[in-house]
Design a binder for this molecule. Structure first.
Ligand code: NAI
Ligand code: MG
Length: 363
């Protein structure tokens, strides 16, 4: 089967790192390892420069018709003054919203070659391989009311509302349980049921879904604050962590720091399976932004972007073996001592974006 892939490099280092992904995708096509039909579009500041919007309707249509979207990064000081509705980030938010990407997957993997150079305790991070599944479209970031009201006596009240309904918890839970089956078969659900009603419901629903649909997967519950502590103390106790939008935002940033550089971290955002085809809408992107401080210098680390392609192979197309090979190529290249500036350490060889990409492709 031919898969339709939409590439949206965006701005800054998004463009530079996507070049390395394009080379790998072309290679896979040429070698008959996969069959991709790729289209490329504009998003973010570059889209604004071209037609005054952060993403055009034409490219939104392409995104909804694609089997997966690979997204680089958007933004930069050049667009600081543009109107709020068309700022570069609006393109990203529009994609997440229109594709209804409710599940955000953030792996935290510590490659052996980097564990040695980590500022954290070697035994804590070496061999780390966990996956945080964050609910992305609900919770306190979206719940109503959401407002600042003037109380009239020189006081104001800021209000955000945490809301979760059963179906939202069920569907993110199912994503986590399904993923756990392909990994270590363990899910840890995190909430604060001790102080939040939405946490009580979260806990109830996860427990029921686990019991009724995934009794083969081990399910633990942990209070989210304690979970944060455990993530730093002994992260290897976890396999898949599933949590809400707010806690997931914080916990995934903590987990990111266990792995080294922002330049190493991929992510995936998945939607619900289509009722007819069973296919999920999905977008894959590095966690980092457009890095204006290093853009255009050819020194950005392309690994987060390349690892995002590996996630795409794995989760959208079920090409597990090819994904494994790509991830192993990354790991082997690091073992050879090649490093971009952001992960450079003593005794290693510093290379630029192109050289790192080419070395991984050669592997
Ligand atoms: P950033 O992630 O772009 O950069 C943070 C720091 O990490 C910088 O020092 C940068 O040089 C470094 N860095 C990031 N990725 C790297 C890589 N692949 N290789 C080597 N070094 C890397 O975050 P920042 O500086 O806060 O934001 C810059 C712009 O990116 C802003 O306009 C922001 O709005 C946007 N942004 C976009 C995101 C997206 O498109 N998903 C996410 C985060 C920020
Ligand atoms: Mg965050």
């Amino acid at each position: 089967t031919t898969h339709k892939l939409l590439l949206l490099p965006g701005d800054g280092i998004g463009v530079e790192t996507m070049e390395e992904v394009k080379a790998i995708v072309s290679f896979m096509n040429e070698e008959g390892l996969a069959s991709f039909e790729t289209e490329e579009g504009l998003v973010g500041g570059s889209a604004y420069d071209a037609h005054g919007k952060a993403i055009s309707e034409e490219h939104m249509k392409l995104a909804t018709e694609s089997d997966a979207v690979l997204f680089g990064a958007v933004g930069g000081p050049k667009w600081d003054g543009v109107p709020y509705e068309v700022r570069p980030e609006a393109g990203l938010l529009r994609l997440r919203k229109d594709l209804a990407l409710f599940a955000n997957l953030r792996p935290a993997i510590c490659y052996p070659a980097l564990a040695a150079a980590s500022s954290l305790k070697h035994e804590v991070v070496e061999g780390l391989d966990i996956l945080i599944v964050r609910e992305l479209t609900g919770g306190v970031y979206f719940g109503e009311p959401k407002e600042i009201t003037d109380l009239g006596n020189g006081q104001k009240r800021g209000v955000d509302t945490q809301v979760y309904e059963t179906y939202e918890i069920e569907r993110i839970g199912r994503v986590a349980f399904e993923l756990a089956r392909t990994r270590g078969n363990k899910v840890t659900s995190m909430e604060k049921r001790n102080v939040m009603k939405s946490g009580v419901l979260w806990n109830e629903v996860m427990t029921r879904v686990g019991r009724e649909e995934y009794s083969d997967v081990k399910l633990d519950h942990m209070l989210a604050d304690s979970g944060g502590m455990q993530l730093v103390r002994w992260p290897k106790q976890f396999d898949v962590i599933v949590t809400d939008n707010l806690f997931g935002d914080l916990l995934s940033d903590i987990a990111a720091m266990l792995t080294g550089s922002l330049g190493m971290l991929p992510s995936a955002s998945l939607g619900a399976p289509d009722e007819r085809s069973g296919k999920r809408k999905a977008m894959y992107e590095p966690v980092h932004g457009s890095a204006p401080d290093i853009a255009g210098q050819g020194i950005a680390n392309p690994i987060a972007m390349i690892a995002s392609l590996a996630m795409c192979l794995r989760y959208s197309f079920g090409m597990v073996e090819l994904a494994d090979r790509l991830e192993k190529a990354i790991s082997d290249t690091l073992n050879d001592g090649l490093r971009t500036k952001d992960i450079m350490s003593e005794g290693a060889r510093e290379v630029g974006t192109r050289e790192m990409g080419a070395a991984i492709l050669a592997k």
